[in-house]
Design a protein around this ligand. Structure first.
Ligand code: SF4
Ligand code: SF4
Length: 313
């Protein structure tokens, strides 16, 4: 959509949003730092299956009629490369002139040439180690040797297709895996990929609040002991910011595999976080309903949006 400018003020009349859309209802890993792995919320009711390119196209067309879509991420709490039509989904985004990004654990990679030839702007590879015993602590259920083999396949596909896709390795730093940053960074650069490391943090919002209130399972305690910056110390800092609004709410729209607008990309897939059908509700109404959610008050009190934004770095 073209940005509409006011004639006199040149102020944008429509707002920009980033969209995160889960196109598949499943992830093949069970990372303890993620609601998929730490089983936050009652998720039995969750919509299952695949988002079709047709539904994605309808969602995008409605979004473009209501706002400026600055970028579409085809992921949130699931693994997008498991979708057999991921290339068609990316083309659905690109046909509308919208930048498209994907984040993946890269344990599955069907057709790297087709993926990169789709016009994908950026692919993020999320991982947390170079050797299997280290990697599997943070990426439970994954296999780093498969990931590394798929990184080589991606580099070859990029060379073969001449695709302009920016490929970046995103290394989650824990106390136990700093020693493996160097070899993974070297491999990434050798393959022509970008490399970035960031402190690992706990997700989702509900899990952080529960942990802060002392509700911690043995598995939670193990996760907490692996964090570089202890969660209580991080929240002691972020809770001082006294934020009253949240960019995850005001600037980002999150949509599940069935096309429901969700509370935000940082809260769980719990039924209570479903706002309603994105196609059936005007965007203003979706935003009004989101701002009424009580979870936000507890979240803002702890400064969790700043925690997600990397304030502890
Ligand atoms: S962090 Fe990513 S790879 Fe790990 S379980 Fe969650 S969605 Fe899957
Ligand atoms: S305040 Fe917390 S729960 Fe509310 S939208 Fe922001 S991150 Fe999500």
């Amino acid at each position: 959509m073209t940005v509409v400018l006011g004639e006199e003020t040149a102020t944008p009349l429509v707002k920009n949003y980033v969209f995160y859309v889960d196109v598949f209802s499943y992830c093949n890993l069970r990372c303890p730092s993620c609601p998929v792995g730490n089983k936050t919320g009652h998720t039995d009711h969750l919509p299952r299956g695949l988002m079709s390119p047709a539904l994605l196209g309808e969602i995008l067309d409605k979004a473009l009629s209501e706002c400026v879509v600055s970028v579409i991420g085809l992921y949130n709490w699931t693994e997008p490369l498991l979708h057999p039509e991921i290339a068609a989904l990316i083309r659905t985004v690109k046909d509308r002139g919208i930048p498209c990004v994907v984040s993946s654990n890269l344990n599955a990679l069907r057709n790297p040439e087709e993926l990169l030839a789709s016009g994908l702007d950026a692919l993020r590879i999320s991982l947390s180690g170079f050797t299997q015993p280290v990697y599997v602590i943070g990426h439970r259920g994954g296999n780093i040797e498969i990931v590394k083999a798929n990184m080589h396949r991606l580099a070859a596909a990029k060379a073969a297709t001449g695709a302009a896709t920016s490929i970046n390795v995103f290394y989650h730093r824990y106390r136990y895996n700093e020693c493996e940053i160097k070899p993974m960074s070297a491999l990434s650069h050798k393959l022509g990929f970008g490399f970035e490391s960031t402190l690992a943090y706990v997700m989702p919002v509900e899990k952080i609040i529960a942990m802060a209130q002392g509700q911690q399972s043995p598995e939670d305690r193990e996760l907490l002991s692996n964090l570089v910056v202890p969660l209580d110390r991080a929240l002691a800092v972020t809770s001082r910011t006294n934020k009253t609004s949240c960019s995850l709410l005001e600037d980002i729209i999150t949509i599940d595999v069935a096309g429901n607008a969700m509370l935000c990309c940082g809260s769980s897939m719990e039924r209570g976080n479903v706002i309603g059908s994105f196609l059936n509700l005007p965007l203003d109404e979706i935003q009004r309903r989101r701002r009424e959610r009580t979870l936000c008050a507890s979240c803002l009190q702890l400064g969790i949006p700043d925690y997600f934004a990397g304030a502890i770095e």
